[in-house]
Design a binder for this molecule. Structure first.
Ligand SMILES: *Cc1c(COP(=O)(O)O)cnc(C)c1O
Length: 422
């Protein structure tokens, strides 16, 4: 496929330009299929980095964007409002857990996390009981801004910035059989008077390697926070909107967070938008007759009307179409492929959660994100018309929900070939 254009001034994300790896130019997309400038097609097996839920260029979402673009493009949101945002906030309230009464808009998963952290600290500040410690889970990922990096795993990704990252309390990942260690560590941190909140990716740590843990552990974690009055922040940026088999992953543990971060699939993955939903006590802590106690956060494009219109179309799809049935069916097909592959070849740690399926290849390298296996695998899959982006030696499939049996089969055939070849 095309070599990178040496004349392009673009500095790509998570890309080492010194390696001169190919950078395919995508011209259009529909459903699970990407079309490239050289006339080829590629199956989008990772939903364009976990955002595309129903499929690319979903007609209802595209129509909503086009209609809104003819009416109102952008308007300041501090002290002003508009119908798409009002409709979206009301729609989210109706669809999300009832105790999450307030909707704060921002633009990305990272900003939804920054907002959540600021809300949590603001809550304690307003109560005259300043608490600053955030508890996080080992191997977590919450975004790439300084605050979001601070609450995420430390490693090669953030070494140059480490002196600027704030300290957090880390609890171990609840691997099978070690859930009690996680819970004990959480309980100990929650007992200290400085602990403000726990932030957690419910049921699966995405960028950390698609690490799956039990709903029972998540339920007890929520309970421990509640008993100590520590705020429970669920980062459902990746897991939300059906990814794990339910609208929210938290549902599977029967838990409701105090603060909920949503982004990626909020607009069906079409345009950037995020919300941080908060419980009434978190909102009320900032409610006052004094301007000095307002929630000091905004971005230029807060609740952009075109993005809100796209999200409203996504919510309508969820209300009116059998999305959960489609998701359940995809989950079953994914699990069947993992099981089938396991009968023919060897890999480690097969796991599925809803529409996500992952497995680990055995590697001669040291594993981890920089394992040389990942780029070689990526190129191998690209040659076979499949967009996969392994995390180190972990190969995962997280397709748009509309993916056909034939397309899914092509992805898994390519993975089978890779397992044998590498
Ligand atoms: C992707 C992701 C983020 C960051 O979202 P961006 O839109 O990339 O800023 C935060 N949390 C989780 C769990 C994610 O998967």
């Amino acid at each position: 496929m095309n070599a990178p254009d040496p004349a392009s001034p673009i500095w790509h994300p998570f890309t080492q330009h010194g390696l001169a790896e190919p950078i395919p130019l995508v011209t259009h997309a529909a459903g699970a299929l990407l079309h490239t400038a050289d006339g080829g097609t590629v199956i989008d097996a990772i939903s364009s980095w976990w955002v595309t839920t129903h499929g690319h260029c979903h007609p209802r979402i595209m129509t909503a964007i086009a209609e809104q673009a003819g009416k109102l493009d952008q308007i300041i949101f501090a002290g002003w409002t508009h119908q798409p945002a009002e409709e979206l906030a009301a729609g989210l309230r109706a669809m999300m857990p009832a105790s999450l009464t307030r909707v704060f808009f921002s633009d990305s998963g990272s900003t939804s996390v920054e907002v959540a952290l600021k809300m949590a600290l603001g809550y304690w500040h307003a109560r005259g009981e300043p608490r600053h410690r955030i508890v996080v889970m080992e191997h977590s990922y919450h975004g790439d801004t300084i605050g979001a990096m601070s609450v995420g795993a430390r490693g090669v990704f953030n070494r140059p910035y480490e002196p600027l990252l704030f300290d957090v309390a880390r609890i171990p990942f609840p691997a099978p059989g070690t859930g009690q260690d996680t819970l004990d560590a959480l309980e100990a941190f929650c007992k200290t008077p400085d602990t403000a909140a726990l932030i957690v990716e419910p049921l699966v740590l995405g960028a950390g390697g698609m690490l799956v843990y039990g709903a029972d552990t998540l339920a007890v974690m929520r309970d421990i926070c509640a008993r100590h009055g520590v705020l429970f922040i669920a980062d459902e940026v990746m897991t939300g909107w059906g990814r794990t088999g339910t609208l929210l992953a938290c549902e599977q543990a029967g838990v409701v967070p105090d603060i909920l971060c949503l982004s990626k699939g909020l607009t069906g993955g079409a345009v950037p938008l995020a919300v941080t939903m908060a419980s009434e006590p978190v909102f009320q802590a900032h409610w006052s007759g004094e301007r000095a106690r307002m929630f000091f956060h905004s971005s230029s494009y807060t609740a952009n009307p075109i993005a809100c219109a796209a999200a409203n179309a996504n919510l309508a799809i969820w209300r009116e179409e059998p999305v959960l049935q489609v998701v359940t069916d995809l989950a079953r097909r994914q699990a069947a492929w993992v099981e089938k592959l396991g009968r023919f070849c060897h890999f480690d740690n097969p796991r599925t959660l809803g529409t996500i399926a992952a497995l680990d290849l055995r590697t001669q390298g040291e594993g981890g994100y920089l394992d040389s296996l990942a780029p070689r695998l990526m190129a191998f899959f690209r040659e076979r018309g499949v967009l996969l982006r392994p995390l180190g030696n972990t190969v995962y499939v997280m397709p748009p929900y509309c993916i056909s049996d034939e397309q899914l089969g092509q992805i898994w055939d390519a993975i089978g070939e890779a397992v044998i070849s590498f």
